[in-house]
Design a protein. Sequence first.
Length: 244
Amino acid sequence: MMAWSGRVILLDIEGTVSEIAFVHQVLFPYARQNVEGFLGSSSARPEVRDVIELMAKDAGASHSSSWCPFPVESPEGVAWLVQQVHDWMDRDAKLTGLKALQGFIWESGYRDGSLRSHIFPEVPECLKRWTSSGQTVAIYSSGSRAAQKLLFAHTTAGDLTPWISAYFDTTSGGKRETTSYHTIARQLGVPESSVLFLSDIPEELAAAAGVGMSTGLVIRPGNRATDDQRHPRIHSLEEITVSQ
Ligand SMILES: [Mg+2]
């Protein structure tokens, strides 16, 4: 058990509240399978056109018309775009336009009910208990804030967003950088020492500990094994006991 008497519990997502396999075995295959249907039905939407322009820039073109050999709304254009996207996903390319497109596809899947995010079973009750004990619950993940909110709004255990007060992504800095944790504490309006950060990655915890945050190393099925001994080990969020 781990006693906590600070004010904020800051949570990582992947490997902490959601299984790593969800991202790799559900989210990414879902995006891949639905690129064609999504672009076929939505490539005329202004925000999707903007994403196609971003992908053209990712590919080094100034405009989609000088990137795609067909009009992007035509069946030939959609088929060509699908092939590009699949190639990028095969190479696990970290491209802005590709990430934005995946975000749109996931959003449409969450909204039509064909996609639900995995959450470890004790998480909903812990979030509720912590918030009713006066804790602020916040999220820090490398996925975009919009993607984080979608994930928590559409879990297998229902909508968890009522128990989450703030979302931070890499616009606050990288997760292994000390300054990011300073920025997050400042944005939350609390001293670093009143924040408990829980993550499955020792390097992230070391960065948070570097500014004075408390830390817990989360051990879950499917996580990479670690022999790190610098942080208390947590196997379930129920091990955190909150006192005021
Ligand atoms: Mg993680």
